[in-house]
Design a protein around this ligand. Structure first.
Ligand code: NAD
Length: 321
């Protein structure tokens, strides 16, 4: 069995490798070659922690496994550890033997950033110039960095409920040599691409904050009750997702469906666009919306990729198990 500790991930995993792994597994999901298992998420009644498992099997990539972990809200203050903690376990699909144990914290950030990036590649207008960020927390910096590689963006605009956090994304824009402007939500009409990545339970981005032709990646809503955008936006937009079952139960589509604005049939798989079985964006004025809920197969795909990279570089720790 191979171990790739958390401390090695930053030196091994590239944004390109994460992008390729996620794009490939979305395609495999849509082709019916890969599926996610039901998610388990429990409040364990200890340290206010939320703990769970996300797993799946990719028959095309022969990746079987799970990510175990969750959210420990007291970690930072009490132990100087990050609050999100996760580990990926991979198994040999031929024998069931444990194959690898991989640190999952940075990988989660990278695979989430890769998902919105894949949606931008396949759904945003080719001439997109302005990218808008709604959210400026930990994950927002990863989303922005990855997104900037998908189009020739000329400007970053940002809004955050807590404006003191905006320098987080301003720094990423500066690193890329792009101007940054803090805007009101109404200023988001300037954006050709918008990424929303907050932990909100009430919508920030409303339908009249979005211009025609925009691509929106909603990345924060991954739990029942969370909501980042006005449900009416999903009625106007062509909606895509990583997995329809998650989109309608824990993603943004949960609200639009509950309000009777759209039906499950209006939610399309991004993988179908990648595979060419869905046309994706068909005109310049269309609003496209990616409801990125985060699936276990994304975690397994990036973990498998990192195991290969660690083995190739000779830094995988091998244990007899
Ligand atoms: P964080 O705590 O670092 O940042 C939270 C962000 O949400 C900040 O920008 C904060 O200002 C904003 N926010 C908080 N309350 C808000 C409100 N009521 N209205 C508007 N904005 C509000 O968290 P993070 O690590 O950046 O994660 C952000 C979200 O992304 C979380 O909800 C997390 O669960 C989700 N997430 C989703 C995936 C996925 O695959 N879809 C993966 C990782 C994280």
């Amino acid at each position: 069995m191979i171990i790739v500790p958390e401390r090695e991930i930053a030196g091994l995993m590239t944004r390109k490798a994460a992008f390729d792994a996620v794009e490939k597994v979305f395609a495999a999901m849509s082709a019916g070659d890969a599926y996610n298992f039901p998610v388990v998420r429990e409040a364990i009644g200890h340290e206010d922690a939320l703990y769970g498992f996300k797993g799946g099997f990719d028959q095309a990539g022969l990746t079987l496994g799970l990510k175990a972990g969750g959210y420990w809200p007291n970690n930072l203050e009490k132990r100087n550890l990050i609050n999100h903690q996760s580990t990926v376990f991979l198994f040999d699909p031929d024998t069931g033997k444990a194959k690898a144990m991989v640190g999952g914290n940075l990988l989660t950030a990278l695979r989430t950033a890769a998902a919105s990036s894949v949606s931008i590649k396949h759904l945003a207008r080719k001439d997109a110039k302005v990218i808008g960020m709604v959210g400026a927390g930990h994950q927002a910096t990863f989303q922005l960095r990855a997104a900037l590689e998908q189009r020739d963006f000329e400007k970053v605009i940002g809004w955050n409920l807590h404006p003191e956090m905006l320098p987080n994304i301003e720094k990423v824009a500066e690193e890329a040599g792009l101007p940054f402007e803090a805007v009101d939500l109404s200023g988001m009409t300037e954006a050709d691409v918008i990424i929303s990545i907050t932990s909100s339970f009430a919508p920030s981005l409303m339908a009249d904050h979005v211009s025609s032709g925009t691509h929106i990646a909603c990345m924060g809503t991954d739990t029942k009750g969370k909501k980042e955008v006005e449900a009416a936006l999903l009625e106007t937009a062509t909606v895509f997702t990583d997995e329809v079952a998650q989109s309608i139960s824990i993603g943004e589509a949960q609200h639009a469906i509950a309000e009777g604005l759209i039906s499950q049939n209006d939610v399309n798989e991004l993988g179908a666009v990648i595979n060419g079985t869905h046309a994706g964006r068909i005109d310049e004025d269309q609003i496209t919306l990616f409801d990125g809920t985060g699936v276990g197969l994304q975690d397994l795909a990036v973990a498998a990729s990192v195991v290969d990279l660690a083995a190739a570089k000779g830094i995988a720790i091998e244990v007899d198990f």
